[in-house]
Design a binder for this molecule. Structure first.
Ligand code: MLT
Length: 406
């Protein structure tokens, strides 16, 4: 008789953003005249930049021509894209990363979720709290987290690293040494960053203890301040303790196109075994590569024209962030983030819980955000808004929140 992977039963009913989507759809069907503004899931609203669209068209034409048609993509990605990434994202920042250490994929979410498969099932994970839910959920599915304790709202086998206003939303080094450490900076959901010297401490800690840092740098393109590393490989010694995830989703509006990549240095080992061949084996077995036309679009992101266009889009979103930050601060809210990241992190007013504030915002002003507690118990009493809306919706949402009385 077939049985199920019972670890799935330990998970909350649905993925955070699916749960929010369902609540909003239910509200909209009960209130068909409501003009709901969505600043919940971090989905982009600006169209794909013209030079990238041109590359998509050109690659599509190639696929329709027998002489230039391509079938399966190389497992690890086309050399034209991997070499461009190695040069523009790494060599240009003084990082020693070779093209064949880059694994192209259909996005950072899948890679962040799947990477745990190459590690032992007895590995202990450490995560920030609050945290992007994929890291914990994917380890729950793999049976690595122990039972869920409804009292503490935590899995018993996970090391949670509190990120609070007191530590500037950057975690302290854990006293109990984890095997795998998930870090995401600029941070989703708080928008906080780590300076290079802070990140260097984590690299030194991981090297000293034989831990691996799984570094999610999906939001690096939004960094505006000096001294904030764009890659963990800017830190000395990261090649022997870190894996990095990058995404084209927010950087270049690819949430619908799907493209990302993972960097695994060839020297990186766990328990005396190299990790690169394991991920290559996994990729070869379970994945047939990101589509050719999407990889060509990714390459176009790095052209001068592509860079100029995506920089403009990033500026647009970060101007939205400023509108939300300034507007809500004037209205008396405590707001952080939104300087090096497209997320704003608010303290909920009047001691409301995150979900109470979600419900109030949706029903009273028809604005959707993400309850902080959805990212972990330390997110309780907080709320996330994204800067990825249109300018018009961002201004309208801030106005509605400011005018509403609680
Ligand atoms: C978010 O809103 O946290 C992200 O859009 C989710 C994701 O990138 O998967």
């Amino acid at each position: 008789m077939a049985t199920i992977n019972r670890n799935y039963l330990k998970l909350p009913g649905s993925y955070l953003f699916s749960a929010i989507g369902k609540k909003v759809r239910e509200y909209e069907s009960a209130h068909p005249d409501a003009e709901v503004i969505r600043l919940g899931i971090g989905d982009v609203t600006q169209p794909i930049a013209p030079s990238i669209v041109k590359a998509l068209h050109a690659a599509t034409e190639e696929m329709g021509n027998a002489a230039t048609f391509r079938g399966y993509a190389p497992d690890l990605g086309y050399a034209f894209l991997r070499e461009t990434i190695a040069d523009k994202d790494y060599a240009s920042r003084g990082c020693d990363i070779a093209a064949d250490e880059i694994f192209v994929s259909d996005g950072a979410k899948c890679d962040c979720g799947n990477i745990q498969e190459i590690f032992g099932y007895d590995n202990r994970i450490a995560v920030c709290d609050p945290v992007y839910p994929v890291y914990v959920d994917s380890n729950v599915m793999a049976g690595r987290t122990g039972e869920y304790d409804p009292q503490t709202q935590r899995y018993k086998g996970v090391i949670y690293m509190p990120c609070t206003p007191d530590n500037g939303y950057t975690p302290e080094l854990p006293t109990e040494v984890p095997d795998l450490i998930y870090l995401c900076f600029p941070n989703n959901p708080t928008g906080a960053v780590m300076k290079k010297d802070q990140l260097q401490e984590w690299v030194d800690y991981a090297n000293k203890n034989g831990s691996i840092i799984l570094y999610d740098a999906a939001y690096e393109a939004f960094i505006a301040e000096e001294g904030v590393p764009h890659s963990i490989f800017e830190c000395a010694g990261a090649r022997t303790c870190a894996i990095e995830f990058r995404s084209f989703s927010k950087t270049a509006g690819f949430t619908g196109l799907r493209l990302g990549y993972t960097v695994i240095p060839k020297d990186l080992e766990a328990g005396g075994e190299k990790l690169w061949p394991l991920w290559a084996r996994r990729h070869g077995t379970k994945y047939n590569g990101a589509p050719y036309i999407i990889q060509r679009a990714g390459e176009a992101v790095y052209t001068d024209e592509g860079q100029r266009e995506i920089r403009e889009q990033i500026r647009y979103y970060m101007d939205n962030a400023k509108i939300i930050r300034d507007g809500l601060r004037e209205a008396g809210y405590e707001v952080s983030g939104g300087v090096n990241a497209p997320y704003l992190w608010l303290k909920t007013p009047k001691g409301m819980t995150s979900w109470e504030y979600f419900d109030w915002l949706l029903s009273e002003v028809n604005v959707v955000g993400t309850p902080g507690v959805g990212f972990g118990p330390n997110g309780e009493g907080h709320f996330r808004l994204t800067a990825f809306g249109s300018r018009e919706n961002t201004i309208a949402a801030v106005e509605r929140i400011r005018k509403a009385s609680l």
